[in-house]
Design a protein around this ligand. Structure first.
Ligand SMILES: O=C(CO)[C@@H](O)[C@H](O)COP(=O)(O)O
Ligand SMILES: [Fe+2]
Length: 216
């Protein structure tokens, strides 16, 4: 699965930028609050508008403090998948239940330095695990290979039936790195700059998809 990130798109032309990646499985929407991360992007009003402007399922990645308070609003706005950070959530199990009750898939994200093992029981309540392969906050950063061990662990837990979730990776995915992530067991690849900095974002997306498929 491919989830282009609109963080690297032209925010004044979001409907067109979504149309340019019409083959995407999910459209990744990075919500940043300048508190949990040192950057500010977009929020609920833009997600509501985007929902009407595209049929691509929205994958909202909330890099915000207090997601327990704000995340269900994104589910109610029609996001397909709403991902919160385990480092920010006060009660991640209750939050997953709230997200599902509001009609969304529930995602849990781990920063590069956050280990997976303490959260295996929490992840039983989630549909998506988002492994960050850069420090959250900005597009265009370099892929951190050291997170691939975490991906392998997640893959093993899914393949042995201990967890049932989509393993997603986010940060620094491009034509040089996607094969390594695919080999480690990623199901869903977020790519921002590698898609939207390309002359033809749709073609760049399909090239990445093919590289991932070949590496499996
Ligand atoms: O969540 C984030 C950054 O915090 C990402 O979704 C970025 O948008 C990915 O951008 P690239 O690393 O692919 O340029
Ligand atoms: Fe993201």
């Amino acid at each position: 699965m491919m989830a282009p990130s609109i963080l690297s798109a032209d925010f004044a032309r979001l409907a067109d930028e979504a149309a340019a990646v019409a083959g995407a499985d999910w459209l990744h929407v990075d919500v940043m609050d300048a508190h949990f991360v040192p950057n500010l992007t977009i929020g609920l009003p833009v997600v509501k508008s985007l929902r009407k402007a595209t049929d691509i399922p929205l994958d909202c990645h909330l890099m915000i403090d207090d997601p327990d308070r704000w995340a269900t609003g994104y589910a109610e706005a029609g996001a397909h998948n709403v991902t919160v950070h385990v480092e920010a959530a006060h009660d991640p199990v209750a939050l997953a239940k709230d997200l599902r009750a509001a009609g969304a898939k529930a995602g849990l994200s781990l920063k590069p330095g956050t280990p997976l093992e303490p959260y295996v029981d929490v992840l039983k309540h989630y549909d998506t695990l988002l492994v960050m392969s850069v420090e959250p906050g900005f597009g265009g950063q370099e892929f951190m290979d050291e997170v691939l061990d975490k991906v392998r662990t997640a893959r093993r837990l899914v393949d042995t039936g201990h967890l049932r979730l989509v393993v997603e990776i986010d940060g620094g995915i491009n034509e040089d790195t996607i094969a390594r992530a695919a080999e480690a067991g990623v199901d869903c690849f977020v790519a921002g700059s590698a898609v939207y900095d390309a002359a033809d974002p749709g073609a760049a997306l399909e090239r990445l998809r093919q590289q991932a498929a070949r590496a499996r």
